[in-house]
Design a protein around this ligand. Structure first.
Ligand SMILES: Nc1ncnc2c1ncn2[C@@H]1O[C@H](COP(=O)(O)OP(=O)(O)OP(=O)(O)O)[C@@H](O)[C@H]1O
Length: 284
């Protein structure tokens, strides 16, 4: 990883506002994850800068979802250190961890909404858990979040089963942003959407990232998303991570990386990004 970390200096497609000189928002060092005898990550090191959109890719089973779950504390690292806003997560007490959790939002693949709650009630869950806002203020904020993710106002009273897949993802995003998060973790946000729905969701994430100054860490299989909104990409391969701009990664001899970015799908995504005038990450 070290050879590539910070390899590209060009601004990416996502967030021109990222500050490479500032202390990282997220810093991972020597991370090892093991389940029984199965080692998933070995000695991972990487960091994410404020305002950066970091993609996370890798073959099936390389531990992309486990990485996100480990960062947000749902899985305990076997070894290594995870720091967010300069604080080692392992050193936080319960109250500090709770406060830290209110600074990030998470959107899992299926939106992970509570099926027995309406969209408004789903968005209200983190507000109730992490804030002492009055019910009236919560209601006002819920309306703002619903509109922010491009849902119609009447979506507030609908149950997840009454929404399309794309709308469910938007509702999940509204819930992830319920508390004005600084960091957004997204696990396969465009999975299951048709290409137009996926492209629209990428645009929404890019717009929100810029408008709110978010730092985004996004697991994806979607090459179009990588080109459209990511500044750099972390590739999980052989239990390790290689981090760089797409441009820098394409110079990596690793066969999986070559196939992924240089294969037919990678070339098609690069071609459509060029046609659409989207600047591929790190090729400035
Ligand atoms: N709690 C757990 N206990 C044991 N093994 C686990 C656990 N969670 C994940 N794994 C294993 O860790 C490996 C990585 O899983 P993960 O879901 O992170 O893969 P992924 O890279 O996200 O894959 P995909 O692209 O297919 O979704 C898999 O082999 C999985 O079976």
């Amino acid at each position: 990883m070290a050879a590539l970390e910070g390899a590209g200096t060009g601004e990416g497609a996502g967030s021109a506002a990222q500050d490479r000189a500032a202390p990282p928002v997220l810093s991972i060092s020597g991370l090892k994850t093991q389940f029984g005898t199965s080692v998933i990550h070995e000695n991972l090191d990487f960091s994410v800068q404020p305002g950066e959109v970091m993609g996370v890719v890798g073959g099936s089973g390389t531990g992309k979802s486990v990485l996100i779950r480990t960062i947000i504390g749902l899985n305990k690292p076997t070894a290594g250190r995870i720091s967010v806003f300069g604080r080692d997560l392992a050193g936080l007490n319960g109250a500090e961890l709770m406060a830290m959790r209110s600074r990030w939002g998470v959107l899992f693949q299926d939106g992970a909404l509570f099926s027995s709650l309406t969209v408004a009630q789903n968005i209200e869950v983190p507000m109730k858990e992490h804030s002492d806002l009055s019910p009236a203020l919560r209601q006002e904020l819920i309306d703002v979040k619903i509109s922010m993710v491009g849902l119609p106002p009447d979506a507030a009273h609908k149950y997840p089963a009454e929404l399309s897949g794309g709308m469910r993802k938007r509702a999940g995003l509204a819930r992830a942003l319920a508390l004005d998060a600084d960091i957004l973790f997204l696990d396969e946000p465009t999975a299951g959407l048709d290409p137009i729905g996926a492209a629209n969701f990428d645009i929404l994430i890019g717009d929100l990232q810029r408008a709110l100054g978010l730092t985004v860490v996004m697991v994806t299989h979607d090459l179009d998303s990588l080109y459209a909104i990511c500044d750099r990409v972390s590739v999980l391969v052989d239990k390790r991570v290689k981090v760089g701009t797409i441009d820098a990664l394409m110079r990596e001899p690793d066969p999986w990386i070559q196939e992924y970015f240089g294969g037919p799908r990678g070339r098609a995504a690069a071609g459509s990004a060029e046609k659409a005038g989207t600047q591929p990450a790190g090729t400035a």
